[in-house]
Design a protein around this ligand. Structure first.
Ligand SMILES: [Ca+2]
Length: 362
């Protein structure tokens, strides 16, 4: 990873775009983007270079209706190898951790893939055991909207999530991307226990907004200390893209026409998300930040612009705790640190939708 300018120059290259339909990668089109973003240094149209090829992933998750969809999309992708699903603190709070584990197992049932991917219990609380809000208002009391999970076929693996992360990363040095869809506690603990794994991790796709809001993103707020540890670790981190993941009511109507078990699960688990975001947040549809994070791993060209920044997270008490911030401190003599984060600042909402529809059609 070079300076922001280096990354911009790397952006002046051809990008191969592939379309993902029905779970099959097909039809190659080459587009040319030469100097399109020249006005703003630090902006690149090149996806994180280390994420450009097919790869192994660990999904660290707090299911969660959008986590569930993200897992379904990953299971549908022929170019991703899910080495493990690890469950982290997040959507359902301390009291709902066991339900999150059960939901992860249930998604494998929905996909007809029970027994094929290990699910690991991990850190159920943040590193400092500080309180954080649950997100049942958008996920429902059991996390999957209107879906009531009664029983699951698969049992959790006996290996702790933190041990699984360390083992898998060391087994495949330089190959594993961690799709971090919830609080970063498991990932941070793995880095604390064994700092030597940091250079072995290919990258971390962390779902935590674009880092520009004075309001903390939920996943960062779950465990800000864990975010700080990860951002200081040297592992390349990608953020953002969620704002390009909106699904409007017309898209939900299209999903109704798909008529598969996965499509029915999507509709049942996301009805609350859609109604909440449209009524309480005045949105024109639902945001699907976890699924588009996976979509960008399946097909990096779905993201069209990145900004390379030196980012950290606010740890002090108050309303800004958990805010990820970046930028040059022009009033100090402290040199700006090299970029540690690529923020996605452009992505194709249409391509995301097509990828989602394809995954739900299986
Ligand atoms: Ca999540």
């Amino acid at each position: 990873m070079g300076s922001p300018i280096d990354i911009y120059l790397e952006g002046n290259v051809n990008i191969v775009r592939r379309r993902f339909l029905g779970g099959i990668l097909c039809s190659t089109v080459v587009t040319y983007r030469i100097g399109a973003l020249a006005a703003e240094p630090g902006v690149s149209d090149t996806p994180l270079p280390r994420l450009l090829d097919n790869h192994r992933i660990i999904i660290d998750t707090d299911p969660g209706n959008d986590d569930a969809v993200a897992i379904l999309m990953a299971l549908s992708a022929p170019n991703l190898k899910i080495e493990a699903i690890t469950v982290c603190p997040g959507n359902l709070g301390d009291a709902g951790y066991d339900q999150q584990v059960k939901n992860a197992l249930y998604v494998l049932d929905v996909a007809g893939r029970a027994g094929e991917v290990s699910v690991h219990r991990g850190m159920s609380r943040p590193l400092l055991d500080r309180p954080y809000p649950s997100a049942t208002f958008i996920h429902g009391p059991d996390g999957l909207g209107n879906v009531h999970v009664t029983d699951v076929k698969q049992r959790p693996d006996k290996e702790h999530a933190v041990d699984a992360i360390r083992r898998i990363v060391k087994r495949y040095p330089g190959e594993v991307v961690i799709a971090a869809l919830g609080g970063l506690t498991n990932v941070a603990m793995a880095l604390l226990m064994e700092p030597a794994i940091a250079p072995l991790i290919k990258g971390i796709q962390f779902v935590a907004g674009a880092g520009t809001s004075p309001i903390p993103n939920f996943n960062a707020l779950v465990d800000p200390e864990a975010v700080h540890i990860v951002l200081k670790s040297g592992v390349p981190v990608t953020l953002g893209g969620g704002e390009f993941s909106i699904l409007e009511p017309a898209d939900y109507e299209k999903i109704k026409e798909i008529r598969t078990k996965r499509a029915a699960f999507f509709l049942d688990s996301n009805a609350l998300r859609l109604s909440f975001e449209m009524s309480a947040r005045n949105s024109k549809g639902s945001l699907n930040a976890d699924p588009i994070a996976i979509a960008m791993l399946i097909e990096p060209s779905i993201a069209t612009a990145y900004k390379a920044v030196a980012a950290d997270v606010e740890l002090s008490e108050g309303e800004t705790r958990g805010v990820i911030y970046y930028g040059e401190n022009r009033y100090s003599l402290i040199p700006t640190r090299p970029p540690n984060v690529n923020i996605c600042v452009g992505a194709s909402n249409d391509e995301f939708k097509q990828m989602l529809f394809g995954a739900l059609s299986v």
